[in-house]
Design a protein around this ligand. Structure first.
Ligand SMILES: NC(=O)C1=CN([C@@H]2O[C@H](COP(=O)(O)OP(=O)(O)OC[C@H]3O[C@@H](n4cnc5c(N)ncnc54)[C@H](OP(=O)(O)O)[C@@H]3O)[C@@H](O)[C@H]2O)[C@@H](O)CC1
Ligand SMILES: Nc1ncnc2c1ncn2[C@@H]1O[C@H](COP(=O)(O)OP(=O)(O)O)[C@@H](O)[C@H]1O
Ligand SMILES: [Mg+2]
Length: 279
């Protein structure tokens, strides 16, 4: 039997640090988010919102041009690149510390071409967060993960079934851990009690509420994992802190709300992180 460790509040103090006075936006990471088809624009807007509100220094959103206005209505802090112009996106992706791909990406040929192009150019030192449609696409096309980047997968249980081949009913910690280890990736298997697989370690979240069961909640987590891993050095711990913060904020809001909307989690992040930062 494998041991499952709990993710508790103490992870926040280990990860979220008071910002040094002598710092600038570059200190807190460059992040590129890729996704948002014409139909799923909201997903990449929500992911981008979460990345900026969790403190990423410089955020670029590569998406369908139909999403530009709504992106900037919600988030003037993000830069926009048309996902039909890969020559514009390429140098920005190459210079990024963190790349998030998948929220609202869709599964058509253009989405798959983008995914393959990104997998080809990511390199050592970069963190690649793979979510939503990108997971479905890589599973259905047997696309191997890039070898050099640090890969972080954030599937819900059905996406994890597609990627790992393990049926939802058979997704035990043991089986999941073996599959995650074979992928050489950090895997965040999302559910009402999300689990995180990191090498031989297995962690289980202690928070979360059914008030979170709204489309866009996972897109928001993907953006937060991006924001946390862009600015905090210990990547495995940063992933755990993002998972914990996402549900802890929701639990707090759910004390007074029947449902918690994904963008409300993002909007609560600056105060939550302020309250939980360590010296
Ligand atoms: N506003 C926007 O733009 C939004 C855009 N979005 C974007 O849409 C894209 C597709 O993502 P997706 O997750 O919606 O669809 P898909 O991959 O087909 O998976 C759903 C299937 O899996 C099943 N299922 C079983 N267990 C499950 C579980 N624990 N959690 C979840 N599902 C579970 C489920 O079962 P059912 O609900 O039918 O019982 C169903 O059959 C992706 O890019 C995403 O980013 C969304 O974020 C919404 C807001
Ligand atoms: N009942 C619940 N309790 C706790 N967390 C939940 C519950 N339902 C959904 N969530 C959380 O909401 C998110 C859903 O992710 P996902 O299905 O990818 O959403 P989307 O793709 O619509 O953004 C996950 O982080 C999951 O843990
Ligand atoms: Mg999702």
């Amino acid at each position: 039997m494998v041991k499952v460790k709990k993710i508790t509040k103490s992870i926040l103090n280990e990860v979220i640090r008071k910002r040094p006075a002598n710092s600038f936006k570059g200190t807190y990471g460059k992040i590129v988010l890729i996704g948002g088809s014409q139909n799923f624009g909201g997903a990449i807007v929500m992911a981008s919102l979460a990345a900026v509100y969790s403190g990423a220094g410089l955020v670029t959103t590569v998406t369908d041009p139909s999403n530009q206005t709504s992106l900037h209505d919600w988030l003037p802090e993000a830069m926009f690149v048309d996902w039909n112009q890969f020559d514009h996106a390429k140098p920005i992706i190459e210079a990024a510390d963190v790349i998030v791909i998948g929220p609202g990406l869709g599964t058509d040929n253009h989405a798959f071409d983008l995914l393959k192009a990104v997998f080809q150019i990511v390199k050592k030192g970069q963190k690649l967060i793979i979510d939503g449609s990108a997971l479905t696409l890589l599973a259905s096309n047997n696309l191997p993960l890039p070898k050099d980047s640090l890969n972080i997968l954030t599937p819900h249980q059905m996406e994890w079934q597609r990627v790992s081949g393990i049926k939802i009913a058979d997704q035990t910690p043991d089986a999941n851990q073996k599959a995650a280890e074979q992928l050489h990736a950090i895997v965040v298997v999302k559910s009402h009690r999300t689990q995180v697989y990191e090498g031989t370690d297995i962690f289980e979240n202690t928070g979360g509420t059914p008030a979170q069961a709204t489309g866009g909640m996972g897109d928001t987590l993907a953006g937060m994992v991006g924001g946390f891993t862009a600015q905090f050095k210990d990547t495995p711990k940063a992933v755990l802190a993002a998972v914990y913060s996402h549900s802890a904020i929701a639990d707090k809001l759910a004390e007074k709300q029947y449902v918690v909307l994904p963008h409300q989690i993002s909007e609560s992040l600056p105060k939550f992180m302020h309250k939980n930062q360590a010296e």
